[in-house]
Design a protein around this ligand. Structure first.
Ligand SMILES: O=C(O)c1cc(=O)[nH]c(=O)n1[C@@H]1O[C@H](COP(=O)(O)O)[C@@H](O)[C@H]1O
Length: 486
């Protein structure tokens, strides 16, 4: 079972987004076991082990992941490493373990990946990505494991580096933007330490599909308020993708199980509320990305990440079988991407002269509706089939013959679907000259439309898509070839 599957299974089974840091930190031990107690001092490692056993026993049905911090075990010397193995043994197989190593040494990445994933059998690891993709790649060679990249920390001195060159376009967001191309959302997430939820909102806005491992959120203040802000800023569009630390001081509490239950209930309640609110307003939220330098490149990666570009054997509208399929209908289920797609169409439509927007059913009806509302222009659509009852209209919506209509379609492969729709409009006396799509198969299909009296406009060509996906490591050269030349 992959990290991602195991994590999601644990989240669902235990109804929890909570992660427990299994840190044998003598300073945080329950009072009676403290290292400064002269009786306990020489039995420190045993006491720490008992404490970790107690924490696991009290929480394994209540949390979705454990996160032992390697540094605390290393600090205890040889006995510490042995303690780590004992702690790993104690954790039930059904709960994923993220080793908090913050590993940052390029030269030892391959050997460490082998040791922690193959020998220690942990499911994920935190990495310090300052050395770039080369450091992370050896860990991503294990498709069932995950990495969390240190993105931001909450200590005040970090600001000069992490928010460089300016807080409005900080380096830590540049890191997210860059690292999204290194691995899939199932394999690569971000660790974000913050006491202000704005940071989570910004990371989430440019990484809608990634798992965010939060920390340092319990800076003080009302727990409900903190959770409200953190969940609002950090949850993804489906109300998931966020891991929350159990406050460290709770781990020394005798009532740990009850405290964690209470925290889960609070999160559950707030999560439900926030998910409903987010679902309501996200549709209208512009997807503002401060670091957006190549808008189409970013959009292409998002389209891939939400599963619009599929590989396998697929029969096309033309009857041919290709080894890929472009399923742009998924866009409507991701309001953030949908909003961005509408924006891109809108930029093209603003340059054109037309009276009405027509969508080609079914795939392009949501797009035409969104554009109609966004640009405040009336919409119509040609029916796929005319009903044998009711008005028996071939075209739905109001129009006057002689008006100019811009046709909106999702994709031009041969171009026939778009032209068939346009022909229906023309046969009702409307003028159709422009056809606007999100994606086309390049100059050939655009020229075909031109030969038939239409101007084709597209946001993206399949060649740009293939090139970007290939460069970002999302697809293989063979898959890029299939996209471009099938
Ligand atoms: O069926 C297809 O050919 C097809 C392949 C593909 O990868 N993606 C895709 O969306 N389609 C469908 O093909 C239509 C456009 O194909 P053409 O009529 O050949 O331009 C779209 O409206 C889809 O219904």
């Amino acid at each position: 079972m992959s990290f991602y599957e195991k994590l999601n299974a644990a989240i669902a089974r235990n109804r929890s987004l909570l992660v427990v840091a299994l840190d044998p930190n003598p300073e945080m031990m329950p009072r009676g076991d403290r290292a400064d107690d002269p009786i306990a001092a020489d039995k420190l490692v045993t006491s720490l082990k008992d404490w970790m056993a107690f924490v696991i026993g009290a929480t394994s049905d209540r949390v979705c992941a454990y996160k032992p911090t390697l540094g605390f075990y290393q600090a205890l010397g040889t006995a510490g490493l042995e303690l780590l193995f004992q702690v790993l043994e104690m954790i039930p197989d059904s709960i994923p373990v993220i080793l908090d190593a913050k590993h940052g040494d390029l030269n030892t990445s391959s050997v460490l990946a082998k040791t922690v994933f193959e020998e220690w059998q942990v499911d994920g690891i935190t990495l310090n990505p300052y050395a770039g993709q080369d450091l992370v790649a050896p860990f991503l060679m294990y498709p069932d494991k995950a990495v969390f990249l240190l993105c931001r920390t909450s200590n005040p001195a970090a600001v000069v580096l992490q928010e460089y060159p300016e807080p409005e376009s900080p380096f830590y967001l540049q890191l997210v933007e860059e690292a999204k191309a290194w691995g899939t959302p199932e394999q690569l997430g971000f660790e974000v330490g913050t006491t202000t939820a704005d940071v989570l909102t910004m990371v989430r806005s440019i990484a809608p599909e990634r798992t965010i491992l939060t920390r340092s959120i319990w800076g003080g203040g009302d727990m409900d308020e903190i959770l409200g802000e953190v969940l609002k800023g950090g949850l993804n569009a489906t109300g998931e993708g966020l891991l929350i630390p159990v406050p460290q001081d709770l781990l020394a509490s005798e009532n740990l199980a009850a405290e964690v239950d209470l925290l889960n209930q609070k999160i559950d309640r707030i999560r439900d509320r926030v998910s409903q609110e987010n679902a309501r307003c996200e549709l209208w939220m512009p997807d503002v990305c401060i670091l957006e330098k190549h808008p189409h490149q970013d959009l292409i990666l998002q389209l891939f990440d939400i599963g619009c570009i599929l590989f396998g054997d697929y029969v096309q509208a033309s009857g041919e079988t290709f080894t890929h399929y472009i399923d742009l209908r998924k866009i409507i289920s991701n309001p953030q991407v949908f909003d961005r797609v509408l924006q891109a169409y809108g930029e093209i439509l603003q340059e054109l002269k037309f009276d009405r927007i027509a969508g080609i059913p079914y795939g392009s009806l949501p797009t035409a509706t969104g554009l109609s509302l966004r640009l405040e222009r009336p919409m119509i659509f040609p029916r796929k089939e005319v009903k044998a009852h009711g008005t028996r209209r071939a075209i739905e919506g109001g129009f006057v013959p002689g008006e100019t209509v811009v046709v909106v379609e999702d994709i031009l492969i041969t171009g026939n679907s778009a032209m068939e729709g346009a022909a229906k409009l023309k046969s009702a006396g409307l003028v159709v000259e422009d056809i606007v799509v999100l994606l086309d198969r390049g100059e050939e299909v655009r020229n075909y439309l031109k030969d038939n009296g239409y101007r084709a406009h597209s946001v993206l060509s399949i060649f740009e898509v293939a090139d970007t996906l290939l460069k970002s490591g999302r697809i293989t050269p063979k898959q890029a070839e299939a996209l471009c030349h099938e």
